[in-house]
Design a protein around this ligand. Structure first.
Ligand code: MSP
Length: 494
């Protein structure tokens, strides 16, 4: 029986159009999902939109729309982005769907019944941009630590007994050392919790765009209480819940780690549901070295980048350039350099040269391997070794190093071809068999490179496989009985 794997992205606020950060999270999650799929897992991959809260309500007001009119309109661009980026999500949830609202209402009642919700009054700072409450002592020059504006809120509110979970959370982090990754971020979370947890306000009365609190409809739920439960509300029936919960990994940006690594497990503990296995926080992207913000006018449109450069080039660049977990920079020049130096020069050329030569000189017949020299065996051994290392890195969400295994293998294959040029070996009767072996070994290496590229640049990898008469479903062995056609160019130069 297939093993299950559940991966999620954050659900995106619909106050603004998708940006390159949205694309980054989606692409990284997609690479994991596709890798696990390739490993034979039954993958559930959830993304969606976070449609309630004051931020969305205010944006709708600005546009003279009702919040639901606004969300109905804007969520579409997130669906379109999934398509444009070739994302393999198996579900897309909107928090305004009944399946979600009904689930969250039930959960609220359960948490309340378990004694973790009480009514009181909230006085303090709130940032609508961050949809977060801040302590006076956290503010810097009158602003949230994120730089967002805060406003004073004084209202009746339901509270979640977060303070009850301080010890339980610390114990959980200790017993589950890989729950928060990367390590550096984990320490931040632990010191935050050790600094003391206050009860969390989980309802608001001064606006109405949210899920009403059961039996007290003057209150709407705090948007994060609502939003986090999407990861479970989307699992539509008890069968799916049994199969996929607890989730294997939540991919989130570092700015929302606290919500996922502190509030979320505490909410779950209050319901008795099992906790997710891992929360991985990735870094933030800058644009040509500058912080991305609307006021600087440097927001990157992922649709445009995907259209200008091709979606696979965008995917490759983001996964290759930045160590997953660290901050990174988006720059068109860096993208061009990476793509041309690696995909085009190292991999595309290799496959093009070898397959064209086989078409021209061997009538498209992939050679059988016989009487291999040690150099041939060495390259084949390196290919399987690279694959093993690649898998380890992918398991650890270390996309950069995983891709480096691919480019290093391509480097070795290029050296091999330079030292044993089949175009020369084929000229003499005595070395014809050697030439065939070299070409056969290279076809095998090209196949392995294509396989490793499948999760990262799925459409291009498919073309690469097709050039070898293989498909993304059937890629495990070269088909020596078939004749290959003139190869299609896989990686055009930018
Ligand atoms: N709605 C919440 C998440 C709820 S999950 C239950 C939210 N939405 S968001 O649209 O503001 O952000 C979605 C994701 O985009 C976050 O993971 C955030 O870190 C990421 N990014 C936003 N800007 C980014 C960059 N400049 N770079 C990389 N990722 C960034 O938060």
């Amino acid at each position: 029986m297939k093993k299950n794997f559940y991966v999620t992205t954050p659900i995106f606020y619909v106050n603004a159009a998708p940006h390159v950060g949205t694309a980054y999270t989606l692409i990284a999650s997609d690479c994991i999902a596709r890798f696990k799929e390739m490993q034979g897992f039954n993958v559930h991959f959830l993304t969606g939109t976070d449609e309630h809260g004051q931020k969305v309500e205010r944006k709708a007001q600005e546009l003279s729309l009702t919040p639901i009119q606004h969300a109905d309109k804007t969520h579409v661009s997130f669906l379109e982005l999934c398509q444009a980026l070739n994302i393999s999500n198996t579900d897309f949830i909107r928090t305004t769907e009944d399946r979600h609202k009904n689930y969250v209402k039930d959960i609220w009642q359960q948490v309340e019944k378990n004694g973790y919700i009480y009514k009181d009054k909230y006085c303090g700072w709130y940032s609508v941009r961050d949809e977060a409450f801040y302590d006076e002592k956290e503010l810097i020059d009158g602003k949230a630590p994120t730089g967002a504006a805060v406003e004073w809120v004084e209202e009746e509110s339901y509270f979640f007994r977060l303070s009850d979970f301080e010890e339980k959370l610390l114990k959980f982090y200790e017993e589950n050392p890989s729950f928060i990754e990367p390590k550096s971020r984990k320490n931040e979370v632990i010191s935050f919790v050790k600094g003391g947890l206050k009860d969390l306000s989980v309802s608001r009365t001064t606006f109405s765009w949210g899920i009403p609190v059961p039996n007290d409809e003057k209150h709407v739920m705090y948007v994060w209480f609502d939003a986090l439960f999407n990861y479970i509300s989307a699992l539509q029936n008890s069968e799916e819940l049994k199969e996929f919960w607890p989730c294997d990994v939540h991919i989130v940006g570092k700015d929302i780690l606290r919500f996922h690594a502190v509030y979320w497990p505490a909410f779950l503990m209050a319901t008795g549901l099992p906790l997710p296995k891992k929360v991985f926080a990735h870094g933030w992207l800058t644009n040509e070295g500058q912080k991305i913000s609307k006021s600087l006018g440097n927001v990157i449109d992922p649709f445009k980048v995907a259209e200008d450069f091709g979606v696979d080039y965008l995917r490759y660049f983001l996964m290759r350039e930045i160590t997953f977990g660290n901050d990174g920079d988006f720059s068109e020049n860096a993208l061009k350099t990476r793509v041309n130096a690696e995909l085009v020069n190292k991999i595309g050329n290799l496959s093009q040269r070898v397959l064209t030569f086989i078409c021209n000189k061997l009538k498209g017949k992939l050679p059988d391997l016989s009487d291999l020299f040690s150099r041939d065996e060495e390259l084949l051994a390196m290919a399987s070794n690279s694959y093993e290392q690649y898998c380890n890195h992918m398991e650890n969400l270390n996309f950069k190093n995983a891709i480096e295994c691919i480019t290093m293998l391509a480097d070795s294959a290029n050296e091999y071809i330079d030292h044993n040029p089949p175009w020369n070996l084929i000229k003499s009767e005595s070395t014809i068999e050697q030439a065939k072996n070299v070409l056969g070994v290279l076809c095998e290496v090209i196949r392995q490179i294509a396989v490793m590229l499948m999760p990262i640049v799925p459409a291009s990898a498919e073309v690469m496989l097709k050039n070898l008469n293989l498909t993304p479903e059937d890629y495990e062995n070269l088909k020596l009985e078939l004749i290959i056609n003139k190869p299609q160019i896989v990686f055009p130069r930018i």
